[in-house]
Design a protein around this ligand. Structure first.
Ligand code: GAR
Length: 205
């Protein structure tokens, strides 16, 4: 089974979706790393008997050291696939080079809209609400050196014209995230996902 490392910063509802749909089935979550000591996702991992590691940037010499420490933990656990599930820091080129086309991120908008540096969490949904967009939805993509700029693996568009607040948009999109992310992780674990430059193809089941 493919060994997965999940990076989180918060509540971990996407982590939970991957635990429920993938862990012990098509893949094995070997470790969950958080950059926040109080991230609720850590409890979700512990409840599923998954090892956790907290790496605080304030304990590291600099951002390179922070990334090096994360790579160290992932390598210690034999991780082959890294999943960013609500991880709110940008990885260094050295981290990305350690896992080429082996890091996936879920972004809560339809890339290339409402993405890039500064677009994360509720900031994304507030921008979408203020813009008046009528459609949104999650994107799962491979991570490269450009923020939210790596090859797109899967997206799901949803109508948000009935949403009367950024929170309502977040809730609508999150429901789709919880289906899309586990599905993508499963497809990768099953060896069905292929990357050729920017083009990602997924074998039919
Ligand atoms: C999710 O909506 C995810 O797409 C977003 O943070 C939320 C985390 O929720 N990620 C980003 O904004 C990354 N740029 P969760 O902790 O409940 O999974």
């Amino acid at each position: 089974m493919m060994k997965i490392g999940v990076l989180i910063s918060g509540g971990g509802t996407n982590l939970q979706a991957v635990i429920d749909a993938v862990h012990g089935k098509s893949g094995d979550i070997a470790v969950v790393i958080s950059n926040k000591a109080d991230a609720y996702g850590l409890e979700r991992a512990q409840k599923a008997d998954i090892p956790t590691s907290v790496i605080l940037e304030s304990d590291c010499a600099d951002v390179d050291d922070f990334n090096k420490k994360m790579i160290g933990v992932l390598k210690d656990y034999g991780v082959e696939l890294v999943v960013l599930a609500g991880f709110m820091r940008i990885l260094t080129p050295a981290f990305i080079a350690a896992y080429p086309n082996r890091i996936v991120n879920i972004h809560p908008a339809l890339i290339p809209s409402f993405c890039g540096e500064g677009f994360y969490g509720m900031r994304v949904h507030r921008a979408i609400f203020e813009y008046g967009a009528k459609v949104s939805g999650p994107t799962v993509h491979f991570v490269n050196e450009e923020a939210d700029g790596g090859p797109i693996i899967a997206q799901k568009a949803v109508a948000i014209d009935d949403c009367d607040s950024p929170e309502a948009i977040a809730e609508t999109v999150l429901r789709e995230e919880h289906k899309l992310l586990p599905w993508v992780v499963e497809q990768i674990c099953l060896g069905r996902v292929h990357v050729d430059g920017r083009l990602v193809t997924i074998d039919k089941a």
